[in-house]
Design a protein around this ligand. Structure first.
Ligand SMILES: [Zn+2]
Ligand SMILES: [Zn+2]
Length: 293
């Protein structure tokens, strides 16, 4: 790990590695890579999403990617985190990754649980996310109210930000966190995925079945749900509708097929694309398991 860190110090530079918003770069990189990967499967393998719909989501994401890197490069932020000369040792890396995951899971769990237990917060904030149609797609997690985006972002990244974990740990945690939260909405039961440890699509599909008295609040680990008595396992297989059938008017079963405002993956925390109610929703045709037809 030291050789990687030396390489980054030499070629990226201490100024950028100490930037307080550097962790947004691995987040956006993961969004783009996972988004492209799952969208390719959606469009060309399982054919549950039309090419133009997937292309639109990518077209929304990629400019955000460019903007984030522009902000990192040119935003006149004087503050810089201390940049260590040494890479973290194996023990430090694993310890800090575990703490980031545990605390991020704990805080996001209780925020999510509060969203369901408070009538006002659910109605005015979290309802946006529960309006996405099932089965879910890899982009579904970004359909959230901006207040929710900001709160979840704080829950996930408060600890590593305040403690000042090593930039390599922060980058690894940000990438893993983003990947797992995208997987929970991807609509696929991925073979070999460690569902006992990380929140998964079948588990989160189960959450989207309910609004009041919901369960499976975790979107990172499964631990908080298990500790606080809200772990309910996996959802039954949804009824699937392919992209072509959907164009012919057939609809998937599940909650409503509304099209809520989209949130630019760019910000993940703060910005809703205002008034965008015309985005095609590829969320209604995913297989979580085997197609039923
Ligand atoms: Zn919820
Ligand atoms: Zn969700």
């Amino acid at each position: 790990m030291q050789s990687l860190w030396d390489f980054l110090l030499r070629h990226v530079g201490a100024d950028l590695l100490g930037h307080p918003l550097l962790f947004t770069a691995p987040i956006l990189t993961t969004v783009v890579l996972a988004g492209v990967g799952f969208s390719l499967v959606d469009v060309f393998v399982t054919r549950h999403v039309a090419l133009k719909d997937a292309a639109l989501y990518m077209a929304i994401t990629l400019p955000g990617y460019v903007v984030v890197f522009a902000l990192l490069k040119w935003l006149p932020l004087a503050a810089r985190a201390p940049v260590p000369i040494h890479a973290p040792g194996a023990f430090e890396f694993l310890r800090d990754m575990a703490l980031c995951l545990l605390i991020g899971d704990f805080l996001s769990y209780w925020w999510h649980r509060l969203e369901h237990r408070s009538r006002a917060i659910f109605r005015h904030v979290h309802r946006v996310h529960h309006q996405v149609a099932r089965p879910l797609s890899v982009w579904s997690g970004f359909y959230v109210h901006p207040v929710e985006s900001a709160c979840v972002f704080v829950a996930f990244y408060l600890y590593p930000f305040l403690v000042g974990v090593h930039p390599l740990v922060f980058a690894a945690y940000a990438s893993l966190n983003t990947f797992v939260t995208m997987v929970t909405h991807c609509g696929y039961d991925i073979p070999g995925y460690p569902k006992w440890l990380f929140a998964s699509a079948p588990m989160h599909e189960h959450h989207h079945e309910r609004t009041k008295k919901a369960w499976n609040y975790c979107v990172l680990l499964t631990l908080s749900d298990r500790l606080f008595g809200t772990f309910k396992g996996e959802a039954p297989p949804p009824v699937h509708v392919s992209a072509s059938d959907r164009q012919n008017g057939q609809r998937a079963t599940g909650p409503s097929q509304v099209r809520p405002p989209a949130v630019l993956p760019l910000l993940l925390a703060a910005t809703t694309w205002p008034g965008n109610t015309r985005l095609p929703s590829p969320l209604s045709g995913h297989p979580c398991r085997q197609p039923s037809r």
